[in-house]
Write a protein that binds this ligand. Sequence first.
Ligand code: HEM
Length: 572
Amino acid sequence: QWHLERRRLAPGVRPLPGPIGLPFIGRVHDIPSKASWIKFYEWSKQYGPIYQMEIFGTVHVWISTADVAHDLLSKRGAIYSDRPMIPNLSDNRTSGDYLALLGHTPTHTRQRKVCNNLMHASNRASLHGYPTVERDRFLYLLYRDPGNYIEWIEQFTSRTVSRLSWGTAQPAQVLRHTTFGLLETISPAGALPNVMSFLRHLPAWLSPWKKKENARHALEDRLFRANVGFVGESMAGDRARPSFIRTFLETKENTDERVRARWGDRAEAMHVVGLMAIAGALTIGSPIQSFLLAMCHHPEWQRRLQAEIDAVLGGRCPQWEDRERLPLLRAVVKEVIRWRPPVPTGIPHAVEKDDIYNGYHIPGGATIHALEWGISREETRYPDPDTFNPGRWLDPCSPTYREPLSQHPNLGGFSQFGWGRRTCQGVPIVEQDLFLTMGGVAWALTIQKRRDPATGAEVPVHWDDYTPLLIAKPAPFPFDAVPRSRDKVVQMRAMYRAARDPRNGGEHGDMDVGQFEQDLGEQIWSDAADSEPDLSELEEPLAGEAAARAAHWEPRTCLSSRNLWRAWGVKE
Ligand code: HEM
């Protein structure tokens, strides 16, 4: 087919290189269902930093360097900011339900502004302390029951973003459920019509994917409506906690006509905030899980991180206000995201008309993927890219080093959050959530591989087995979370108790979500209610290695952050 294409092109203009496909199906047969991003990356080694392939008649362009992604998706954002149609959610470009999936339309521009204003207001109030309260709850749960770590992490991310969105953690479990369903609906590996797009023409009664999606969407819609109603009623009773929706409703009440018009109506805000909640519930668990994986494999970096926290904070748990003094913790956050990109294939853009780049033809309507896996593995930027090395952000000889270390490294403008007019709007939440959870874990616990009690042999932990959906998470792995001192256990328990206090918006006395129990079924709902440990249980005294460490624990001498990387023995 490329011979035909070549004939139509202007002199000197070539089609992009890329793997040749089979008639009709294109190049679908050798894309693996797991870790497809590694295959796309291998092709980039063969065909270059920008190549194309065809799948069932659609041209897909893959970009695997930051320079090319910047040239096209940012500098030429006027035509590269559209989104492709998702076959299994075919009104995604127009429906206005999901900002992140909207086409390049006035609705997208308006919703993005609203999202930006809401995020800005909460960020100025440092996200109302919600990530801290939820981190305090999470830490103790992880310590008590590390085998259930995925549950605690998902609860942390969805409860935090639920509070941010609607001022209450109560909808978090239902949000998790509907959100995971959406991820399946839109992922190429989640629903067959996304690969075999002709299947989208099946009527609802014949299509299991449509049936499932319709039911999921209906539940989600009812949940979002109930949540907005709850905030409205709480505001009327003067007891609404800060939230995106409260900010929206207050703005609509207080400011002048022109501002009100710019913010859209309440129904639209319901969807904008709903999408923000979805994005927060889905994504942030990935880097937290990858962090635990990294700590299992890299005890040396865990020791350095613990040394920084102990030295700078003298035994206190990291708080958001400490961030300027903890550059290694910020470097660990950033390196986890680089090492294991949460969205390894990127979220695709679409180009609105034909374009020419460096003599190559890019056909209008093509789907454009910034392959984040490849972009995070560019050797010139990230030497030895497969190695987990937070020192690359702190070593003056490294290409990614930036000063001042009180500010850098940070996640602002990081390629892993996308490009141009479609960049991620959630970075302030991500930054705070990750800083607090990773810092809290390193402060309180040592994450290590488990030993078989019978043989004493280490239980193996995989290195790179990740789930195949759009947001990739490590497959479950076993580990121990050993408290670093008895005092830390006491503090964790006190932090957990305070987090559950109704005055902190804890477990009780909040929105009634009973109406959703039926839809979700016994099992999903009771998972959440029953999964917390019984607080009345007595703490067993620490034993063995943990007790010995507790007895000898003392804060290290404080080092100036400028020289920390040398003290840790990071290569000069
Ligand atoms: C580790 C966590 C996260 C990662 C890695 C991530 C990554 C991304 C990526 C790659 C995109 C697509 C950018 C593009 O198309 O060029 C995106 C879009 C977006 N993200 Fe995030 N994100 C994260 C968390 C969040 C959170 C917590 C929010 C909450 C508000 C959020 C809100 C959004 C929105 C609204 C968009 C759509 C922007 C648009 O299409 O105009 N994200 N994100």
